[in-house]
Design a binder for this molecule. Sequence first.
Ligand code: ZN
Length: 68
Amino acid sequence: MSLLDHPSEAQSGMKIVCEVCGNLSIKPIDPANAGDAAPVHCRRCNAVRGTVADLRALARQSTDDFEF
Ligand SMILES: [Zn+2]
């Protein structure tokens, strides 16, 4: 378990909090149409927050906050 001592988001390129505006929300994506490399955008300022693949990886790690 020692590898899990420090909560790390570095593994994923997904930014949970927008670096530009500090918002937590992302624009909804359509998993049927969005490939893994499709960008995920900030809901507020439209900055790229990561990719669909990042989002999926994140959703696998934490069952908390992300709704599809
Ligand atoms: Zn933003």
